[in-house]
Design a protein around this ligand. Structure first.
Ligand SMILES: NC(=O)c1ccc[n+]([C@@H]2O[C@H](COP(=O)([O-])OP(=O)(O)OC[C@H]3O[C@@H](n4cnc5c(N)ncnc54)[C@H](O)[C@@H]3O)[C@@H](O)[C@H]2O)c1
Length: 244
């Protein structure tokens, strides 16, 4: 059991990469606390579930306080909640720009901010943020999303350095295009979804999409003590997208 007895909060745990990670972490012995705005989909995921919007600081603080009251510690935070709304540089609405940055960037920052004090007290903790291959390679048609993922990489490195000597590790998981509702919605926004899927699939050196469980295994490594000398890093689980 690679996470035996660890308390792990996962945001965006009701679907896709967050859900696969919640199931894998639980199978590896973790007490999984699942957070998602989709209350219905959250049912049955993890030991405790909190229906919450990750952009709400009051709810974030309250949830973390509740988890600490129940378990007395937080070992792991994984911030998988994210949205991709599409739109190129000239068509992105300001509302969509703000929403993407609120969920992806602020939603990552708030949860890190909320758990760090408890991790500092124990001198231990592992935080796994979720970026994207697009943060490194760039891509047209999703300007706000790609920029938000770049921000997550920079934030991850900065916070990692800030707390490196305090025993808190912070690393970014970097998935390639992965079969999840988010990716399917993104393809469905294109004029020819089938063609868009084929182009994206072929863009990976491995010529296929990832499965959510493949990213979850990367997250498991970063969450566990096996990655004890790894901080401020990006773990690419991208089928060779960035290398190609
Ligand atoms: N699927 C991919 O191809 C891919 C590639 C690279 C990175 N990612 C990243 O992986 C992460 C997970 O994506 P996924 O593909 O599993 O998507 P998904 O849509 O399957 O799951 C995302 C979950 O986040 C939740 N969520 C969204 N906004 C929220 C909010 N404001 N508050 C609380 N919960 C919220 C959703 O309800 C959903 O359950 C995201 O950060 C995404 O950007 C995905």
């Amino acid at each position: 059991m690679r996470l035996q007895g660890k308390v792990a909060i996962i945001t965006g745990a009701a679907s896709g990469i967050g859900l696969a990670s919640a199931e894998l972490f639980a199978a590896e012995g973790a007490h999984v606390v699942a957070v998602d705005r989709d209350a219905a989909a959250l049912k049955g995921v993890g030991e405790r579930g909190y229906a919450a919007d990750v952009t709400d600081w009051a709810v974030t603080e309250q949830t973390v306080a509740d988890v600490l009251a129940h378990y007395g510690k937080i070992d792991v935070l994984m911030t998988s909640a994210g949205v991709s709304l599409g739109g190129d540089t000239l068509t992105t609405t300001f509302a969509n720009w703000d929403r993407v940055f609120a969920v992806n960037v602020k939603g990552t920052y708030l949860w890190i901010r909320a758990v760090v004090p408890a991790m500092l007290k124990r001198g231990a903790g592992s935080i796994v943020t979720v970026a994207s291959q697009l943060a490194f390679s760039g891509a047209p048609g999703n300007t706000a999303y790609v920029a938000s993922k770049g921000a997550i990489v920079s934030m991850t490195r900065s916070i990692a350095v800030e707390f490196a000597k305090a025993g808190i590790r912070v690393n970014a998981l970097v998935p390639g295009a992965t079969e999840t509702p988010l990716m399917n919605r993104s393809a469905d926004r294109q004029p020819d979804p089938q063609a868009a899927r084929a182009t994206r699939r072929a863009r990976h050196a491995m010529g296929r999409f990832g499965a959510a469980i493949e990213s979850a295994y990367g997250a498991l490594y970063l969450a566990s003590d096996e990655s004890s000398f790894t901080t401020g890093a990006e773990l690419k689980v991208d089928g060779g997208w960035i290398a190609a």
